[in-house]
Design a protein around this ligand. Structure first.
Ligand code: BES
Ligand code: MN
Ligand code: MN
Length: 464
């Protein structure tokens, strides 16, 4: 391991420069205008894996964006680790809120990142975290110290639902066979409070359209006499929450696994300062489902949130108009054992049932995803725990995250293996937001920690 550590230390600047090059490619998967850039990023990832020393590196075109696959098989009797990551990014809008252009990475010091942080779209989610694995592999390979067989599966559609990766996995079960999946696409609690993500929420996402009169009307001539679809939509959305801020859709909680008191107690022992939380967000008070703490509300409880709402006149000045249509995009984060299909159906039936006669309602489901929970009594969890303890000097805390990575549940279903979510970001890195950033401390800590995972995983596995 000494050689691996030395290799990392003497190549730090280059490891950073390479990531900055990748961050310059606007690989926005959601926007067809950037299809060529997405392909360019795939090519960059493939070439960097080749340079890092894999035996095979391939680009697999799909009906959507390409999938990069690479492998280095060392020996039949060694365990095989499949590294998952994504090179696509979220759209950078609103551009005017960025302090520097999203695809021109700059390094700046901040209060949370005194050693500096890279500011760019994808810096943390997930180019920076994915690239740590390429560099950790390069270092292990260069030092002649590869304790495991390695497979890399890096996709370009995570931010739009991983539809084609799912098809690819189902079609290549043998090729992708592995003992465990390793990914870095989540956060630690703080740089001095390491943690391992043990849960992800699922997702059900719908777009609704409410139509009133057949055309826009004069809001004086008709106002007060026909249903205004925006007013109606707001009422309908408001009614989706009860007074205690639980969700009112009948059957919504039927499949929710009740987490026992001991586990709730343990999760609430994680360091969390409500005053810091409020101060960071500049809010006077928090708001959420009665009977649960903030940590519980963002991990073991499902949610319903409006992500966007529009209709009518939103231009300059005042236009008196009673609109014909109103729209909203609504997400529901799911927990075990809720399923996206069942929840989407419940939503749709309920939403139609609460519409007054004066409007018609359409519900369009978008991509969804299953929740995932990973156990802590496995060899892979233990190896991750030991790796972090080695490089942080502290035992990491298991913590369920509120975010979603739908492919993790699919890996378990299709390959029958668990994932280790060894993330190194911070919740304050502003992923999906303007000024996304990733600490240099975090980038290097990841590169340093990952090789230990392989070392301990192979050791524990061979003793088993
Ligand atoms: N890496 C995130 C998910 C994440 C972030 C998990 C932070 C835990 C902590 C991932 O890229 C993401 O953004 N997922 C989407 C879902 C996807 C289907 C668009 C999400 O959670 O909104
Ligand atoms: Mn991600
Ligand atoms: Mn994301």
């Amino acid at each position: 391991m000494e050689t691996v550590v030395q290799y990392i230390n003497s190549n730090k600047d280059r490891f950073l420069d390479e990531l900055l090059e990748l961050l310059k490619i606007p690989s926005i998967s959601a926007d067809p205008a950037y299809t060529d850039d997405v392909a360019k990023a795939a090519d960059f990832v493939k070439k960097s894996l080749e340079k890092a020393g894999v035996d095979i590196a391939e680009i697999h075109p799909t009906a959507g964006h390409p999938i990069v696959y690479a492998e280095k098989m060392v020996a039949d009797d060694l365990p095989t680790v499949l590294v998952y990551g994504h090179y696509d990014v979220q759209p950078p809008d609103p551009l005017e809120l960025w302090d520097s252009p999203p695809f021109e990475p700059v390094i700046k010091k901040t209060a949370i990142h005194p050693d500096g942080a890279i500011f760019a779209r994808g810096a943390c989610d997930d180019k920076g975290q994915m690239y740590m694995h390429v560099k950790a592999f390069e270092a292990m390979n260069a030092a002649g110290n590869l304790p495991c067989n390695m497979k890399f599966l890096i996709e370009g559609e995570e931010e739009i639902g991983s539809d084609h990766l799912e098809i690819f996995c189902k079609a290549h079960v043998d090729k992708l066979a592995c003992d465990v999946v390793l990914l870095s696409d989540t956060s630690v609690i703080a740089n001095d409070v390491p943690s391992i993500t043990t849960g992800l929420r699922g997702l059900s996402y719908v777009e609704v359209e409410v139509t009133g009169p057949n055309r826009d009307l004069h809001s004086g001539v008709y106002g007060g006499a026909v249903a205004n679809p925006i007013n109606v939509l707001c009422d309908m959305i408001a009614s989706l929450k009860n007074e205690d801020l639980s969700i009112s859709i009948p059957g919504f909680y039927d499949d929710v696994v009740i987490v026992d008191a001991a586990e709730r107690k343990a999760m609430n022992e994680a360091p969390f300062e409500l005053s810091d939380y409020k101060e960071d967000l500049k809010i006077e008070e928090i708001m959420g489902e009665a009977g649960y703490t903030t940590l519980e509300r963002t991990s073991i409880r499902p949610t319903l949130d409006v992500n966007g709402i529009w209709g009518g006149y939103i231009g300059e000045g005042a236009k008196t108009v009673l609109p014909s249509k109103a729209f909203a995009k609504i997400s529901m984060r799911l927990v075990p054992n809720q399923t996206p299909d069942a929840i989407t159906t419940l939503f749709e039936e309920h939403f139609r049932s609460i519409a007054p006669k004066g409007v018609t309602v359409e519900v369009k489901p978008h991509h969804g995803g299953y929740p995932a929970v990973t156990p802590t009594d496995t060899i892979e969890y233990k190896a991750a725990e030991m790796a972090m303890e080695k490089t942080y000097g502290k035992k990491p805390i298991p913590q369920r995250s509120g975010g979603s990575i739908p492919i993790v549940a699919m890996f378990e279903e299709v390959f029958g293996v668990k994932s280790v979510m060894l993330g190194f970001g911070l919740d304050s890195d502003d992923i999906h937001s303007p000024n996304e950033n990733y600490g240099l401390f975090n980038y290097y800590k990841g590169i340093e920690t990952i090789p230990y995972f392989y070392l301990y995983y192979q050791k524990l596995k061979s003793n088993h």
